[in-house]
Design a protein around this ligand. Structure first.
Ligand code: FAD
Length: 553
């Protein structure tokens, strides 16, 4: 059997290696347009910042891959046309300009995705960069080394934008990020992204939300970036990180079925509309593992798994890809922002009746040195308690909790299952009730009617309602240090003896710092005949989110 693979990085190299492990006799040709195969694109931002070397990013060289897997690796060879009917590929060798045809029995496409380059004025200036390949990163590094720029403008507040921003800051640049949406990191919701945004500002990032770059005006020394509100920002370099689109022109021309986004349609075996052609990675549409609907989720984990699955099926093994749930994580200096499954807007557009809880907790026993705070937002289906998605923002241990919740999402576990999870515990690692158990308890309390909750964005309406009391149960000192104007303060530890001060005919909306003490207050109030609700996420979430409602810069 002769197999041609187009694209030699995550999905392509993974398919090639698995094919060889399954079939020692197959003829395998790996075509890669660029000069490198199997490199760690995810490490590119850290290469720019000097955290890792270029050599460390090349997991395999063409020679090492050839030696280990006996694969005919052809770098600088681009597949320019597929003749699906005659099962052949037209290849251009850019090292000598030669074009040749290569026949196949099976073809695997893993051409990835290309950075979107908005067609705005000035975008072709040499100081405007995108980041996809090692040569892209080399260009950015060389520009910084040769020109010592002071300021960089990063357009787009997604994963690549933020990781690049961090690494440019490490090189001493002042960084401004412009983001079109009302919050950065699209998989997060507004309120969890707000925590990251506040941290970014603390670190010195100039953040412009709800603004688009309309035009770039390069002069000899600087680039002026005009925003849609006519503000002009200045920088010596610009990095465009506004998202990616499937690099699928060749597939479309070959007549393979694609969706409106240009992603190749595949079945569970990663087979395209042509039974002899498989496609994997950032080029394909996937099924969202939570909603069952079509989605586009370009991430390294899915690409690698899909490459393996395509190889399995080519070699006659029953193996299926059951969808992506979009588990992703980002580091920005000492903060991690992780997410998995659905966020609020995804749940809403899927028509799922869901609710959410927020748990703010320490990464491990607070008395053991080094504990760091994290905020865990978890979405669950109201009728079943099924975990639909989670977002975790915090220091150490955020990744572990999001991973646990990713397993819960994948396996359709409910909040009740989370309460039962028996997880490893010793003070340096966790608490006897792990944060993920606490998420389960919090949801269970809602599902079993022990507490009702309200949300930070409902507070203006509550303050305007004469039948409502907004009650702050933090200590007097905490209240004095900052409070919601219009909130009454009765500290939790005095609540029982001061119940007479509260009007039983009114609904009491209770809050504390994180939601834990106010839950206790709600239990006291409920058992004394009051109608009450608890502020999800507490004062900290309210404060953090409302800081991000107005214009930002
Ligand atoms: P790629 O790995 O992009 O490989 C496609 C290859 O195909 C390219 O090398 C291209 O040159 C080649 N090619 C395209 N067309 C042709 C053709 N016609 N002929 C020959 N060759 C062709 N994902 C994560 O999960 N976590 C991260 O932290 C993360 N960080 C990232 C950071 C950066 C800067 C970037 C750019 C991406 C990051 N990703 C991350 C995304 C991840 O790298 C991709 O999801 C993954 O690489 C997709 O694999 P792929 O095989 O589909 O495409």
């Amino acid at each position: 059997m002769k197999i041609i693979i187009v694209g030699g990085v995550a999905g392509g190299a993974s398919a090639a290696a698995r094919l060889r492990r399954l079939d020692e006799e197959a003829e395998i040709i790996l075509l890669e347009r660029g000069g490198f195969i199997s490199f760690a694109n995810c490490g590119l931002p850290y290469y720019i910042g000097g955290e890792t070397s270029g050599a460390d990013l090349t997991v395999q060289t063409p020679e090492s891959f050839r030696a280990r897997f006996n694969v005919d690796v052809r770098t600088l060879n681009e597949a320019v046309e597929i003749d699906a009917e005659n099962k052949s590929v037209l290849v251009r060798d850019s090292s000598n300009g030669r074009e040749y045809r290569e026949n196949y029995d099976k073809l695997v496409l893993s051409p990835g995705a290309e950075p979107v380059r908005p067609q705005i004025k000035g975008v072709d200036d040499r100081r405007v960069f995108t980041l996809r390949t090692i040569p892209d990163a080399d260009k950015i590094r060389a520009f910084v080394e040769e020109n010592s720029p002071k300021r960089a403008l990063v357009v787009g507040g997604g994963f690549v934008g933020l990781e690049t921003a961090e690494n440019l800051m490490k090189l001493g640049l002042e960084v401004t990020i412009v983001e079109f949406a009302d919050h950065i990191i699209a998989p997060l919701d507004f309120d969890t992204a707000a925590e990251v945004q506040n941290y970014l500002r603390l670190k010195g990032v100039n953040l412009w939300l709800r603004r688009a770059v309309k035009a770039l005006y390069p002069t000899k020394k600087i680039i002026g970036a005009e925003l849609d509100d006519r503000t002009v920002l200045e920088a010596e370099m610009v990095v465009l990180a506004v998202g990616v689109r499937p690099d699928t022109e060749i597939a479309k021309k070959a007549g393979l079925a694609t969706n409106e986004r240009g992603a190749i349609k595949v079945d569970g075996r990663m087979r395209t509309s042509d039974p002899n052609i498989y496609a994997v990675g950032d080029a394909v549409a996937v099924t969202n593992a939570v909603t069952g609907k079509e989605a586009y989720i370009p991430l390294a984990g899915p690409a690698n798994k899909q490459g393996r699955i395509a190889a399995d099926n080519i070699c006659g093994l029953e193996s299926a890809y059951n969808g992506s749930q979009g588990s992703g994580i980002l580091k920005f200096f000492d903060l991690a922002a992780a997410s998995t499954g659905l966020n609020e807007s995804a749940a809403k557009s899927a028509g799922i009746d869901c609710d959410k809880v927020y748990v703010r907790t320490a990464s491990h026993a607070p008395y053991y040195p080094g504990a760091e705070q994290m905020l865990i937002k978890t979405l669950f289906e109201k009728k079943s308690g099924r975990i639909l998605g989670a977002q975790v923002v915090g220091g150490s241990g955020a990744d572990k909790r999001c991973d646990l919740l990713a397993v819960a999402v994948r396996n359709k576990l409910t909040a009740f299952d989370l309460t039962e999870m028996e997880l490893c515990y010793a003070p340096p690692f966790s608490s006897a009730k792990d944060p993920v158990n606490v998420v389960g308890f919090a949801i269970e309390n809602i599902l079993t009617g022990k507490v009702r909750q309200f949300h930070w964005n409902e507070i203006p309406a509550i303050l305007a309602n004469e039948n409502a009391i907004l009650l702050d149960v933090r200590t007097e000192a905490e209240y004095a240090a900052g409070n919601i104007a219009g909130a009454r303060n009765i500290p939790l530890d005095n609540l029982r003896e001061r119940l007479g001060e509260l009007d039983k005919s009114k609904t009491i909306y209770v809050h504390c710092r994180s939601g834990q003490r106010s839950y206790l207050a709600c239990r006291i109030l409920t058992q004394n005949g009051f109608d009450c609700l608890n502020l999800a996420g507490g004062y900290l979430l309210y404060e953090s989110a409302t800081k991000n409602l107005g214009p930002n810069e």
